[in-house]
Design a protein around this ligand. Sequence first.
Ligand SMILES: Nc1ncnc2c1ncn2[C@@H]1O[C@H](COP(=O)(O)OP(=O)(O)OP(=O)(O)O)[C@@H](O)[C@H]1O
Ligand SMILES: [Mg+2]
Length: 261
Amino acid sequence: MPLRTRRRPPPGPTTGTDALTLESVTRRYRRGGRDFHALENVSMTVPPGRFLAVMGRSGSGKTTFLQCAAGLDRPTSGTVRIGGTDLSRLSEPALTRLRRDRIGFVFQSLNLVPSLTAGENTALPLLLRGMNPHDPAVRERALRTLAAVGLRDRADDSPLRLSGGQQQRVAIARALVTDPAVIFADEPTGALDPVTAHEVLRLLREAVDASGHTVVMVTHDPQAAAWTDEAIFIESGRIVAHENHPTPQTVTRRLAGPGER
Ligand SMILES: Nc1ncnc2c1ncn2[C@@H]1O[C@H](COP(=O)(O)OP(=O)(O)OP(=O)(O)O)[C@@H](O)[C@H]1O
Ligand SMILES: [Mg+2]
């Protein structure tokens, strides 16, 4: 079983070879004078080269999961490891560097910079890493990555001149350009029509199959989950099930199960 969900961390030290590991991760908020668990004792492992769907109803804890797993939020307790590095041991600057160097992000809201071209948006993570904007290798790498998402010929256009689906493809190129260990995507097809969503999912699938990337994708959509290798289901902040090779039918059945808060 490639992805393991478990209630307790394994005994002894964990090896550094998994792309992503969560051990007993809890994220608590104060709400109405009481503690509220947005994520409770979540443990799981994703090996490299996997496409994982994180599913669950609205408010179940998917975004909280993603933000803790990607080092955008710090869990109240528990351990997150990316490629073997324990995020809780990192200072803020070191965590920022890890996100910059080893993680790619694709969000539902595209957050491309409108005053930059598609090519410049794609190159941005390379510049944040300290590469010189005038270094021809930067443009060459951005163009190669844009070509991989079918947008080589739109490199000099502003995102404002691209369709929603094309913008999402630029966002994927931007996530891929640094060759990150893990790509986290929160509802990357949420705002897209079915045909464009299909195209975006095909690109993420290709990133896994052709380049060995690891993709962790939050989605509500059973059709989107069917592109992944494995789905985990979150309910009230806990992983309640996981499924290899999910299909739209099996996922729909699970999501239609007993409700939550
Ligand atoms: N900063 C916060 N303070 C208090 N409660 C929060 C905070 N962020 C999230 N929550 C709560 O944690 C729970 C999980 O939220 P989360 O955003 O992870 O859900 P989700 O599964 O991503 O939902 P959706 O599908 O609607 O995006 C919700 O009940 C939410 O209200
Ligand atoms: Mg969410």
